[in-house]
Design a protein around this ligand. Structure first.
Ligand code: SF4
Ligand code: SF4
Length: 139
């Protein structure tokens, strides 16, 4: 057995918990329930365009890494809810993604703006993409 595994201790600052608690409050979820089974990530149809897998976003939130707010993943999530169906702990990962986006949007940063889309793009894009985009502008 590796001498590394059993001695690894993760220490959290109170500020780390504040970030996690805020995400839990906004999402209505409890990210502490996640035990990193990876089910959400294995069923996610968008992982090829994500920088962090959905399960990693949950883990980063659990341990209070607010750097997760800079992740491309929270904007790439299409809110398809596959992860919610697959999660054995009942976590709706899409709600967590939405909460993380809200935290970014409340800093007045728009990742995607409808105004930037051309008339042709608005006509050609799938409706689900437009709806997802509008959800991402909700704060
Ligand atoms: S809701 Fe988002 S994170 Fe969950 S499976 Fe769909 S695209 Fe992936
Ligand atoms: S499916 Fe649920 S328990 Fe498993 S890694 Fe994803 S959020 Fe965590």
């Amino acid at each position: 057995m590796s001498s590394f595994g059993s001695n690894l201790v993760l220490r959290l600052d109170p500020g780390d918990n504040a970030f996690k608690d805020r995400v839990n409050e906004l999402s209505g979820e409890n990210v502490d329930l996640c035990f990193q089974c990876g089910g959400c990530s294995s069923g996610c149809p968008m992982t090829q365009d994500m920088d962090y897998l959905p399960s990693k976003v949950i883990r980063m939130t659990q341990i209070g890494l607010s750097e997760v707010l800079e992740s491309k993943t929270i904007w790439t999530c299409s809110t398809c809810f596959n992860c919610e169906v697959r999660c054995p702990r009942g976590i709706d990962v899409a709600n967590v993604m939405e909460a993380l986006r809200q935290l970014v949007l409340r800093k007045k940063h728009d990742e995607v703006s409808l105004d930037d889309l051309s008339a042709e793009e608005l006509r050609e894009l799938p409706q689900i993409a437009i709806v997802s985009n509008q959800r991402k502008l909700t704060s």
